[in-house]
Write a protein that binds this ligand. Structure first.
Ligand SMILES: C[S@@+](CC[C@H](N)C(=O)[O-])C[C@H]1O[C@@H](n2cnc3c(N)ncnc32)[C@H](O)[C@@H]1O
Length: 212
């Protein structure tokens, strides 16, 4: 992504989502699929910056009650159509992550998949919102790229400060119980947007219950 892309994220992503296909496919992200068993049917999950809806629609199909938002109205319109086609309800909103209402302690889960549009200042605000909107005992499932992805260029922003390391995530989620944190490489086939050898990182972190 270029600096212009970050100056006008809604315009940039609306253009990227304008084609008929799904930029990241319609199947859910692999790390999310692998770890979605942390949530039980009927629980309430928020999908952050869900784009064209592949993750929120799949989570709704697993029986979860799903809220999702994204800044790009073109993406959200496609997500609504995908949900209708697959016969599930998702409560979608077109929203910037800084203006999303972020209810306190409301969600059993948050799915944050490839939200590396956030520079360090925005990321700090975004991660604080994510930590706070989880109920005590609620779980975050997050996937992103590590700086090694700069050599692959198969997806994600080409700006090192947007990428995650284990140390960065460990510090950001120090007050949660981290149940999985893994840097790894894989060959992604998530639409044309995330395709090929990729340097990935995945996190699963549970908000602590209040001490009695
Ligand atoms: C790499 S895509 C990932 C989409 C989706 N999470 C997925 O895995 O398919 C990044 C998404 O972030 C959204 N986005 C960018 N800036 C945003 C912001 N400030 N607030 C909310 N969404 C934003 C884009 O519209 C895009 O859908």
């Amino acid at each position: 992504m270029t600096d212009t892309a970050f100056a006008d994220p809604a315009g940039t992503w609306n253009r990227r989502f304008a084609d008929d296909g799904f930029l990241f496919g319609t199947a859910p992200n692999g790390w999310l699929r692998e770890h979605a068993g942390v949530w039980q049917p009927g629980q309430r999950v928020l999908c952050v910056a869900d784009g064209e809806g592949r993750n929120s629609v799949w989570l709704a199909r697993q029986g979860l009650v799903v809220d999702a938002f994204d800044i790009a109205e073109v993406g959200v319109a496609k997500a609504r159509r995908l949900a209708a086609e697959q016969g599930v309800d998702v409560n979608f909103a077109v929203c910037d992550c800084d203006t999303f209402p972020w209810p306190d302690a409301a969600y059993d889960g948050v799915a944050a998949i490839f939200i590396q549009f956030a520079d360090p200042a925005l990321r700090m605000r975004l991660f604080a919102h994510i930590r706070r909107c989880l109920k005590p005992g609620g779980t975050l499932v997050l996937q992103g790229y590590t700086p090694r992805q700069l050599a692959y260029r198969t997806g994600g922003p080409a700006i090192e400060s947007h990428l995650y390391t284990e140390a960065l995530l460990r510090e950001a989620f120090a007050e949660t119980d981290i149940t999985a944190l893994r840097e790894y490489e894989a060959d992604l086939e998530e639409g044309s947007g995330h395709r090929g050898r990729s340097a990935l990182i995945g996190l699963v972190a549970r908000r602590r219950r209040e001490a009695a």
